[in-house]
Design a protein around this ligand. Structure first.
Ligand code: SGN
Ligand code: CA
Length: 532
C-alpha cells in the first residue's frame, strides 16, 4: 500500500506519517532517483527524435539517446503556455487558478505544497539548479543554485541555498554553469539517500544567445520556412491578428537579431529600449567572449546592412537568424544533457535514475509567422517530453496518450512510492510507461491562458482538446489598445493539423462543437474556473 497525503496544506513530518497508516511500502528502500531536466521555450520541432525537419537539420544526439532508451511522448501539453505558470503547475500539480500563478509576474500561493516538500519529507534529497523564476523562494529543497528571474546567458549570477540571499556572478555560458551546479549537487549529496534533482535550463529563451563555441554553427544552412509562415489568419478570431509576437514586426533588431549597427542607425524605428536590452546582455561578456562574438557577427551584419533588404527578403533574413541562433542554443543544451549522462554513467547511476526531459512549454519556430508561445495552438500548447526509466520502459517506445504538465508531480510521487494527494489534479504517468494506455485515461485536456495585457498582447483564452478536435474561446473587455473579444475557434486536427480552417459554427461540425462545448463547460464548473 502506498502512503496517502490528504490535504493541500503541508503537514509536520509526524502528522504526515500519521496520515499514512501502517504497513505500507517503506520509501527509501531502493527507490529510483529522479532527474527532471526542463529547458525554457524548447520546441519539440527542434529535437530530432520528433522527426521534424528542423531537428533533422540540427540534430540532438543526446536527447535522441534518451528517447531511444526511453519513451517519447507525442501528445504532451501544458495547461498554461508560459514560464512561471508552467513551473507553478510542475511544483504543485494544480491548474494556474488553483495555485495562484496565472500570469508571468503575478504570484504563487505559497500555502500550496510543492512536490519537492513531500519527497523531502519522505527521505529524498532534493535540489533545483538553473531557472526557478517563481515569486517565492525554492520550497522543499536541500540544495539550490538559482538564476535571478530569467537569468543571463553569459557570466550569469546564481543565488545558492548557502549564499545568504546573495547572487554571485560566475564566468561561463549559462547552460554549462547550470550543469556544473547539477554535478556539484550530485557529488556532494548523501549517497545513502535517493535524490530528486531539477535541472532547469535558461536556454533557448529569447534573446537566443548561443555559446562562443557555436557562433558559426549552421551558418551555411538555409532552414526551411514552415507551411504556415505566411498565415493570414483569415478564418480566425481577432486574437491571432492582434498579437505582437510575429517575426515581421515584433522581433527587435539589436536584442533579438544582434545587428547593433542597424539599430544604431534606426533609433526612431527601433525603440531605444531594444538597444539598451542588447547592451545589458552584451556588456556581461568578457573581452575574449566579446572578441569571439564580434568576429562571428560583425561581418555578417555588415553584409546584411549592405544588402538593404526589404519586405519578404528582410522577413526571411530575420527568420534565418532567429532559427540559427535558437538551434545553436539547443546544440549546447544537448551537449550539457550529454555531460550529465556521462557523469551518471561514470557513477553507475544510469540503472536507478529516471531521467525526464521536457520544456516549460512549446515555442513557435516561425509557424503562423511567429516566435514566442502563449496560444493554445499546437506548437506552444505542446511541450516535448521524453522519459527514460530503466526496467519500466522499453527503449524506443512512444506514447500518444494525452498528458499534461499537471502530471509531473503525481508521477514523481508515484516513482517514490507515495500516493498522489487528493487535491492534485494531474495523474501519474507511470501506468503509461508499459506502452499500454489504461482504458480510463483522460480523453480531454483543459487549457487556460491569462497573461493579457502583457508583452506580445495575446488575448486571454481557455479551451479544450481531445485526440482530434480543439475548441478555443478568446475573451476580454475593450481596453486602450484592443477591442472587446468574445470569439471561438474549432479545429479538426486530423484534417487540418496546421489549424488554418476555423470550423466554429460550421453546420457539418455542429455535433462536435456541442460535445466539446459541453466538456469545456464541465471543466469550468468542476474546476471552479472564475473567469472566461
Ligand atoms: C520575456 C520575453 C518575452 C517572453 C516572456 C515570457 N521578452 O518578457 O518574449 O514572452 O519573457 O517568457 S525579453 O525581451 O525579456 O526577452 S517565459 O519563458 O518566461 O514565459
Ligand atoms: Ca518559457
Amino acid at each position: 500500500m502506498k502512503r496517502t497525503i490528504v490535504t493541500g496544506a503541508l503537514m509536520a513530518p509526524a502528522l504526515l506519517f500519521c496520515a499514512c497508516g501502517t504497513g505500507q511500502k517503506e520509501v527509501g528502500k531502493n527507490p529510483m532517483n529522479i532527474i527532471h531536466i526542463m529547458s525554457d521555450d524548447h520546441s519539440y520541432q527542434t529535437i530530432s527524435a520528433y522527426g521534424h525537419v528542423l531537428g533533422k537539420l540540427a540534430p540532438t544526439p543526446n536527447l535522441d539517446r534518451l528517447a531511444s532508451e526511453g519513451m517519447l511522448f507525442r501528445q504532451a501539453f501544458v495547461e498554461n503556455s508560459l514560464s512561471t505558470p508552467s513551473r507553478a503547475c510542475l511544483m504543485t500539480g494544480l491548474y494556474s487558478h488553483q495555485n495562484g500563478q496565472r500570469q508571468l509576474g503575478k504570484g504563487i500561493d505559497t500555502t500550496k505544497v510543492f512536490f519537492s516538500e513531500i519527497l523531502r519529507e519522505h527521505g529524498y534529497q532534493t535540489a533545483v539548479v538553473g531557472k526557478w523564476h517563481m515569486q517565492c523562494e525554492p520550497k522543499g529543497f536541500d540544495f539550490y543554485r538559482i538564476l535571478k528571474g530569467q537569468g543571463e546567458y553569459y557570466n550569469p549570477t546564481f543565488k545558492g541555498s548557502d549564499s545568504n540571499g546573495q547572487y554571485i556572478k560566475e564566468e561561463g555560458y549559462v547552460s554549462e554553469c547550470i550543469t556544473n551546479h547539477a554535478l556539484e549537487f550530485l557529488e556532494g549529496r548523501d549517497k545513502d539517500k535517493p535524490f530528486c534533482l531539477l535541472v532547469h535550463h535558461k536556454a533557448p529563451h529569447r534573446n537566443w544567445m548561443p555559446p562562443v563555441k557555436y557562433l558559426d554553427l549552421y551558418e551555411d544552412v538555409e532552414f526551411p520556412y514552415p507551411e504556415t509562415f505566411y498565415d493570414d489568419y483569415a478564418t480566425r478570431c481577432d486574437a491571432a491578428r492582434t498579437q505582437e509576437m510575429n517575426i515581421k514586426n515584433s522581433i527587435t533588431m539589436a536584442y533579438d537579431m544582434k545587428v547593433v549597427e542597424w539599430a544604431n542607425q534606426n533609433v526612431e524605428i527601433d525603440a531605444k529600449s531594444d538597444l539598451k536590452k542588447w547592451r545589458n546582455a552584451f556588456d556581461r561578456l568578457t573581452p575574449e567572449q566579446k572578441e569571439a562574438w564580434n568576429a562571428a557577427y560583425q561581418p555578417r551584419n555588415e553584409e546584411f546592412i549592405k544588402q538593404n533588404l526589404k519586405g519578404d527578403e528582410l522577413l526571411k533574413w530575420k527568420y534565418q537568424r532567429y532559427v540559427k541562433d535558437y538551434v545553436r542554443c539547443i546544440k549546447a543544451i544537448d551537449d550539457e544533457v550529454g555531460r550529465l549522462i556521462a557523469y551518471l554513467e561514470k557513477e553507475g547511476l544510469m540503472d536507478n535514475t529516471v531521467i525526464v526531459y521536457t520544456s516549460d512549454q512549446g515555442y513557435y519556430m516561425g509557424e503562423h509567422g511567429w516566435f514566442d508561445k502563449r496560444f493554445m495552438y499546437e506548437e506552444s500548447f505542446h511541450t516535448p517530453l521524453i522519459i527514460r526509466y530503466p526496467g519500466k520502459i522499453k527503449g524506443g517506445s512512444e506514447c500518444s496518450a494525452l498528458v499534461q504538465n499537471l502530471d509531473y508531480a503525481p508521477t514523481y510521487l508515484d516513482i517514490a512510492g507515495i500516493e498522489k494527494p487528493d487535491y492534485m489534479e494531474g495523474s501519474s504517468l507511470v501506468p503509461l510507461l508499459s506502452g499500454e494506455t489504461p482504458k480510463d485515461w483522460r480523453e480531454y485536456l483543459y487549457y487556460h491562458y491569462y497573461d493579457y495585457p502583457a508583452t506580445h498582447m495575446v488575448r486571454r483564452h481557455d479551451g479544450v482538446r481531445d485526440n482530434r478536435y480543439k475548441l478555443i474561446h478568446f475573451y476580454g473587455e475593450k481596453d486602450q489598445k484592443r477591442n472587446a473579444i468574445n470569439c471561438s475557434e474549432l479545429y479538426d486536427l486530423r484534417n487540418d493539423p496546421n489549424e488554418l480552417n476555423n470550423l466554429y459554427d460550421n453546420p457539418e461540425y455542429l455535433e462536435t462543437q456541442i460535445r466539446l462545448q459541453k466538456r469545456l463547460d464541465k471543466f469550468r464548473s468542476d474546476l471552479n474556473v472564475d473567469e472566461y
